[in-house]
Design a protein around this ligand. Structure first.
Ligand code: FAD
Ligand code: SF4
Length: 511
């Protein structure tokens, strides 16, 4: 065999660089389902099904091309359970002259495969991942000499360089950023206006088999599979993209930050897993959004808000990950050491907003951005959970979780554990923020009061928010973006401070 082309579970793209020069007469493809990828963090069942079912559908496409494929099923008798172990078996059986791999999405996997190739004395050729606009080298050059990195400048540069939403040298509509217009809340009585449910993909025979396998092999893992309906093939992913552009992009901007009980999708794209598994190209997603705006089908504020997430944030967090790893995963700038509450794995809590976000996450493998950042992540940040523990949880539960995108979002944006390399301030808020963004709907069904910081009805977010200000007063006072929040402490007397601290300690002592 000449080349053995390695395809990982998040590299399901027939146009990827690993296939450049593929010669069906001399080359073969390698894919492996291994338990380690579902157990190194306690992966939720929807996430495991997402990867394994998408891999099996992709394998069928490879076979349909008539290409030789060595595919290890999870239940194969000789499966060693690790990528390195399966690579060794394949190399011994097929004796390839060279291994070809598009840069993987996970530092751990890259190093395991590199080490194994070395041990097997077979050259490993690592190719750039063309899926992204920016190579890691380019990002490193961009980041060099900059003390802190900020999305806004990177994003503008991307818009200019790749001619996205530009009118000549100027941003379309004369503005780079429409965030200020994109913070609307739903009417407290009427709630969200009608919107069609996102396109749903009923599991086919291949997926049903994977669901049965995961229920059997990973019975003790969290999450539920009754509602599994994610796009798993390129054709399905393209249909999901079209559905989003047609029905939801128009009001995406408007409701981007809004929350509502029992409404997981709202106007969100539901495309992150398809993108991260490489079933979709970010260029085609961004082009579709820009074309919808240019055709007058959606307002600029929505197209821009959406494009910023993909051309901006998604590329930016990948650059952060690959230029900061492996040290990044261990950062803990705020010295947070509390354990992750056990209810994160069950959703069994009396905080109404958090219960909804957690149960929805475990049921669907999905939560939208504000739920992840300002409900779930915020609770861990305010409680002082050790960053690695909350990061492992985020990596385990979402169908779109791959470490390059999960880790900076959690360590940098959610937990401020990198001390501000990625975000300009810790994203802290009291229960009043959640009350506002959900137009009071969660708080109305909750036993707590978002305005109370001490006493029997004190909202845990509010107590912990004030406790956070007390614990990190000096740090927050030194940051122009948080100094106003700290100034409010001047009005809190010593007795009240003691009460806040005691209440926060009691919350931390809960299981
Ligand atoms: P939309 O809200 O409709 O956004 C459109 C697309 O933009 C998404 O599909 C996604 O590809 C991209 N995007 C949006 N925000 C981000 C972001 N902050 N970083 C990178 N891409 C972004 N996203 C993941 O793909 N995997 C993760 O494991 C993940 N973990 C997160 C953890 C935390 C604490 C936070 C705050 C965010 C995380 N995100 C993650 C980003 C974001 O929440 C999800 O991409 C988004 O909720 C996915 O749903 P959607 O496709 O409906 O996205
Ligand atoms: Fe969430 Fe606090 Fe409101 Fe309850 S009172 S729903 S815990 S913000």
């Amino acid at each position: 065999l000449r080349h053995l082309v390695l395809v990982l579970g998040d590299q399901l793209d027939l146009a990827s660089s690993a296939f450049d020069g593929f010669d069906p007469g001399h080359d073969a493809v390698w894919m492996a389902e291994v338990a380690e990828e579902s157990t190194h963090v306690w992966s939720a069942q929807p996430r495991i099904v997402m990867f394994l079912a998408a891999m099996r559908h992709f394998a069928a496409e490879v076979r349909a091309r008539g290409w030789a494929l060595r595919y290890t099923h999870l239940d194969d008798e000789h499966n060693t359970g690790t990528l390195a172990g399966e690579l060794a078996r394949a190399v011994q059986a097929l004796r390839p002259q060279r291994l070809i791999l598009t840069a993987p999405g996970d530092w751990r996997v890259l190093h395991a495969l590199r080490a194994q190739a070395k041990a097997l004395a077979v050259p490993l050729e690592l190719r750039d991942d063309r899926h992204f606009w920016v190579t890691v080298r380019d990002f490193a050059a961009y980041a060099k000499g900059r003390q802190s990195l900020r999305l806004e400048f990177f994003y503008r540069e991307m818009r200019r360089r790749h001619r996205v939403l530009m009118d000549g040298d100027r941003p379309a509509g004369g503005q780079w950023n429409f965030d200020a217009d994109n913070r609307e809340r739903f009417d407290p009585v009427a709630g969200p206006p009608p919107v069609p449910d996102p396109l749903s993909f009923a599991p086919d025979a291949v997926t049903r088999e994977v669901i049965a396998l995961v229920r059997r092999r990973f019975a003790s893992h969290p999450g539920a599979l009754e509602r599994f309906d994610w796009p798993l093939t390129r054709a399905q992913a393209l249909a999901a993209l079209d559905d989003f552009i047609t029905h939801r992009l128009g009001d995406f901007g408007r409701w981007q930050d809004a929350l509502w009980p029992g409404r997981p999708w709202l106007w969100h794209a539901r495309l992150s897993a398809a993108l991260n598994l490489k079933l979709l190209q970010p260029r085609e997603v961004v082009a579709a959004a820009e074309a919808a705006w240019r055709a007058g089908r959606v307002p600029l504020r929505s197209a821009e808000g959406f494009i910023r997430q993909i051309l901006g944030w998604r590329e930016y967090v990948r650059g952060i990950y690959w230029t900061q790893m492996p040290a990044y995963a261990a950062l803990n700038a705020l010295g947070a050491h509390a354990p992750l509450p056990a209810f994160f794995w069950s959703g069994d809590t009396d905080l109404a907003c958090l219960r909804d976000a957690l149960t929805q996450t475990l049921r669907l493998g999905y939560a939208h951005h504000i739920q992840r950042l300002m409900v779930i992540g915020l609770y861990a940040l305010l409680l002082g959970v050790e960053p690695r523990q909350i990061s492992d949880w985020f990596l385990a539960v979402y169908v779109d979780a791959v470490e390059w995108v999960e880790l900076p979002n959690v360590i940098g944006m959610g937990q401020f554990a990198d001390g501000g390399r990625m975000a300009s301030k810790p994203y802290i808020a009291s229960g009043k923020y959640i009350e506002r963004m959900a137009a009071g709907r969660y708080c109305a069904q909750c036993r707590y009061d978002p305005a109370a910081r001490t006493g029997p009805r004190a909202c845990p977010y509010t107590t912990l928010y004030w406790d956070f200000l007390l614990r990190h007063e000096a740090l927050l006072a030194a940051n122009p973006r948080t100094v106003m929040q700290v100034n409010n402490l001047a009005r809190v007397d010593e007795g009240e401070r003691r009460a806040i601290r005691a209440h926060a300690e009691a919350l931390r002592a809960r299981p």
